[in-house]
Ligand binder design. Structure first.
Ligand code: FAD
Ligand code: SIN
Length: 526
């Protein structure tokens, strides 16, 4: 059915978010690069990032304080050397973005300085931003630069299916990639293959993420034999707009950073019952508090209220959200906004070292797909874009340092000889919906042994059905993504079942809290 083409490059980058774009731009211009993404070039979580990028610019702040806040927010599971590695490079990463043309919001009070906003977990104002649409500024600027580079071939609407390993040595040498426009599957060979495929939050029914976040990179790396870690720590962002016509619209944590208050339906603030840091307690605590109050009162949402601040300040600080809410009939300068938590960020992922290298030689993983050790049991706000930038640079340096051996790799074409046309696709849409509901209901903010066991058993059935279908019929994008989602869901549940104490984002009513600093990573081996 499909006509295969063979492409050969120096480097294949799968994913065009902050991680993939930054890497592509930091490789030398003589490096032949294929930049592959399954939707348009800018579609991914990066584009939707709001709050900003964490970096120490305030003279009263310090790199030590940024490290300490990261460790505390991560519930002391982060690896201190990784935290140092990332945090120490934050300023130079922001300066790199500025040189590439990203325009961040300046401080009107101090000319020549960047404006810094405040988010949860940070003991200082530390978040560099472009109003309330930081990701859009980063994504569109870097995407435009990539388009102008002669050495980078862009393959948008190309969905990577699986990695290809050398038959004679444990090494990644390429990927099978499906063109979603003409339904052909191609082989891409390269000396280095980089997964920059983002996270897996779309495994949940309600998520702040765009649909591309289906955990493809994690599933592909797992199938290729790489270890994954800490997938029980899926972060739920506390404040998504609760509205029938808003597709899980995130309301940035910077709203709380700038004075926004969470209120119950009767108008009462409630976070004082949960944490002395109130609205600026780390996300795991705030999301759990909201979940607790919603269950206690039987209400569908709580409220986020910044209407006590001057209207001009709100419009200036949050111009995009103000406008978007108005379009939905809500005026945030005058009224509190209905909010609920939603799945937001995959803290665990494919295990990598400080160069972004995975267990499989030739394969790198950078950005949200990776588990670097930075986030521990709960990522601190605005540390994710930072991690993308730092590890893109680290991977670029490592790839450049590899010996330049010229080799033509022969790899087998995609084999469709054993499959046929499926006459109905109901299994795909049904299992897709069921999987996300299982994850939402049984592997959500609050878990129990019984719910995890139920999730585990049901996912095992879905996994087998998807596996059988995949083996029998021609592939298409929904099937490829479902196969990955079911794999990642299974890994998340297995990680959650392995954890024997409550820590950060993992809260199981049948467990007790971990003692500070006592817990280790959950590592799964294929
Ligand atoms: P993404 O930006 O998600 O890009 C993934 C790329 O991989 C896409 O190009 C996609 O097409 C491609 N891809 C995936 N699978 C395949 C496949 N099989 N084949 C081909 N291509 C594939 N973090 C912060 O630090 N600060 C913030 O202010 C912030 N705000 C956020 C707001 C929202 C609404 C969301 C959703 C996230 C936010 N985050 C924020 C988190 C942060 O945006 C992400 O963690 C980060 O952008 C991930 O970047 P990435 O490059 O790893 O992946
Ligand atoms: C936000 O703006 O609230 C999201 C920030 C993040 O996820 O780091």
């Amino acid at each position: 059915m499909s006509k295969t083409q063979h492409y050969q490059y120096d480097v294949i980058i799968i994913g065009s978010g902050a991680a993939g774009l930054s890497l592509a731009l930091q490789l030398p211009e003589h490096t032949r690069i294929a930049l592959i993404c399954k939707d348009t070039l800018t579609e991914g979580s990066t584009y939707y990032a709001q709050g900003g990028v964490a970096a120490v610019f305030d003279k009263n702040d310090s790199v030590e304080a940024h490290k300490e806040d990261t460790l505390i927010t991560g519930d002391h599971l982060s690896q201190p050397e990784v935290v140092s590695f990332v945090v120490e490079q934050a300023v130079s990463c922001i300066e790199w973005l500025q040189r590439e043309g990203v325009m961040f919001t300046e401080d009107t009070a101090e000319k020549g300085h960047l404006h810094l906003t405040q988010e949860a977990g940070h003991s200082h104002r530390r978040v560099v931003h472009a109003a309330d649409a930081t990701g859009r500024a980063v994504s569109t600027t870097l995407a435009q630069l990539v388009k102008n580079r002669q050495n980078i071939d862009l393959f948008s609407h190309h969905l990577a299916i699986d990695l290809i390993k050398d038959k004679n040595a444990p090494r990644c040498i390429g990927a099978y990639v499906y063109n979603t426009i003409n339904n052909q599957t191609h082989t891409f060979a390269a000396k280095a293959v980089v997964l920059a495929t983002g996270g897996a939050s779309r495994v949940y029914l309600y998520s702040t993420n765009p649909s591309v976040s289906s955990g493809d990179g994690i599933a592909m790396a797992w199938r290729a034999g790489c270890r994954v870690a800490n997938l029980e720590f899926n972060q739920f962002h506390p404040t998504c707009l609760y509205h029938p016509h808003a597709h899980s619209l995130l309301l940035t944590e910077a709203i709380r950073g700038e004075g926004g208050v969470l209120r119950l339906p009767n108008g009462e603030p409630f976070l004082d019952k949960f944490d002395s840091r109130l609205e600026l307690a780390p996300r795991d605590i705030v999301a759990r508090a909201i979940d607790h109050e919603m269950k206690r009162l039987g209400c569908a949402h709580v409220y986020l209220d910044i209407s006590h601040k001057p209207a001009a300040f709100i419009r200036k600080s949050f111009p995009n959200l103000y406008q978007r809410c108005l379009e939905l009939g809500l005026d945030m300068t005058r009224q509190a906004l209905p909010v609920v938590p939603a799945a937001h960020y995959t803290c665990g992922g494919v295990m990598t070292d400080l160069h972004g290298q995975t267990d499989l030689p030739g394969l790198y993983a950078i950005g949200e797909v990776a588990h670097t050790g930075l986030h521990g049991a709960n990522r601190m706000a605005s540390n994710s874009l930072l991690e993308c930038l730092v590890f893109a640079r680290a991977a670029a340096r490592h790839i450049i340092a590899q010996p330049n051996v010229q080799e033509t790799m022969t790899i087998a074409s995609w084999d469709e000889s054993q499959v046929s046309v499926a006459h109905e696709n109901i299994m795909i849409s049904h299992n897709w919906e069921e999987l996300r509901r299982i994850m939402w209901n049984y592997v959500g903010i609050v878990r129990s042994h019984q719910r995890l066991k139920q999730a585990h058993d049901r996912i095992a059935i879905l996994k087998q059905e998807v596996h059988d279908y995949y083996a029998r019929f021609y592939i298409h994008p929904d099937l490829i993504e479902l196969r990955n989602l079911v794999t990642v869901a299974d890994l998340m549940v297995r990680c959650a079942m392995s954890r024997k104490e409550n820590l950060g984002l993992h809260y199981n009513i049948d467990l007790v809290d971990a003692r500070k600093g006592d817990a280790g990573d959950t590592i799964l081996r294929p």
